[in-house]
Each structure stands twice: as C-alpha cells, then as structure tokens.
Design a protein around this ligand. Sequence first.
Ligand SMILES: [Fe+2]
Ligand SMILES: [Fe+2]
Length: 254
Amino acid sequence: METKISEIADGIYRLSTYVPDIAPPAGFTFNQFLVLGDEPLMFHTGLRKMFALNRDALARIVPPERLRWITFGHFEADECGAMNEWLALAPQATPAHGATGCMVSLNDFADRASRVLNDGETIDLGGKRVRFIDTPHTPHGWDAGVLYEETTQTLLCGDLFTQLGDGPALTSGDVVGPAIAGEDLFNYSGLNPGMGATIRRLAALSPRTLALMHGPSFAGDGAAALNALGDEYDRRVRASLGEAGFAAIQAAAA
Ligand SMILES: [Fe+2]
Ligand SMILES: [Fe+2]
C-alpha cells in the first residue's frame, strides 16, 4: 500500500491510501487531511495499523513533531485509531473534539487531555481557521461532527459522501450519485429524522471544497451537493417511517 499526497485547497493536503481488498473490485480509500498553518492540524488520524504509512507521508510535507492539533469527525478506528501514536510523536499536539466525544470517549482513551470544542467554536491555526460543527448521529456516531476551514471554504466532511473506488484526488464531477451507491452498499448511516436538516445546515456554509474521507475531494458548488444529499436522506427516512411517522417526528422536533 502507498499513501498519495495532493494539495486539494490552498495549504490543505490529502493523504490517501487505497485498499483494493475492501469492497472489491472497486476498492476503498482512507483519506487523512493536513491543514497547514502556524499550528498544523490533522483531521483524521487514520487507522492505527496505517500509522507508519501516514506518518511517513505527512513527513514529506511537515515534520510530524510540529503537529499541534489532532482532530477527527467521530470516534471510530479509521477516524482516530492512531490518535495516541500521533500524540507520542508530537509533544505539542492536543486532541480536539466535540463535547460529547470528549465526555464519552476521549477523556478515557486519549493519552493527553483534550480540548473540548463546542458547536460552532473555532481554532485559529495562524493563517487558517477551523470551525467545529456538531452533527450528532450524522452520518453515524453520537459524537459526530465536521470541521470547516474558513479561509479556503473547505468542509472536512468525514464520512459524508462516502464512495467506493480510487478516484482522482480532486473532482468537479458528481459526488452525490456515488454517495448514494456507497450508502446502498454499506448502510453506514444511522438514519435519523434530523439527518436531512443536519446536512442541509452545512450547505449554508457554501463550501467551495468538500474533503471526503472515503472518496475524492470535490471542488464546486458544495451547497448544492449537500442539499441534494440531505434530500436523499430525508427520502430514506421517510421511506422507513412512512409519511405520517416522518411528519409526526419532524413536528415533535420543531
Ligand atoms: Fe465512520
Ligand atoms: Fe471513515
């Protein structure tokens, strides 16, 4: 296996490892993102067993011991399995995650105290600025959230839009159709009545780049893609609950 590096937005690097054995014949990618600034940040640590690959790839961009922030979308092995390996390597690094994730998992799992990020809270990286946005249970995980880099308008959207295959690092093509196919295959989302609205709220950011954890990054109208994905999940929730059930739950949540 090799880890390929691409700059998908100004100062944002994608470290991509393709695993042909997952969902063959298409295979599957695991992507980590490095946001460069005075305080370099990683979004996703990668799997613990891929740590050496990711460390060596990252070292081609920045000395790994300079990492300041270790972040990810939710507590799961591909998102944060190598967290403690990174913390051991980078003495200044601090894990940062949403309040739920810190309370439920990081306060126990992380070898160093975490910074708790409330919904909407930002970290100034010096030259870049990231905002944490809570997306509970979307696409999965009580602690789920995404990170938005404001200066480049890049949404680090984790497992949203998960697709198969080893596509290009950056595409302006369709990412919604392949995401629907990915959902059909894996059923990876925890369908919930608020899911469509949660995803459409991200559209209000009007991201210019969507950084997918499993798939190419997307350059283009991020709002349109997010609105279409949100509508697709509404359709799925509606189909599972029936119209009356969906309407009742939406009313109760309003
Ligand atoms: Fe996940
Ligand atoms: Fe993932």
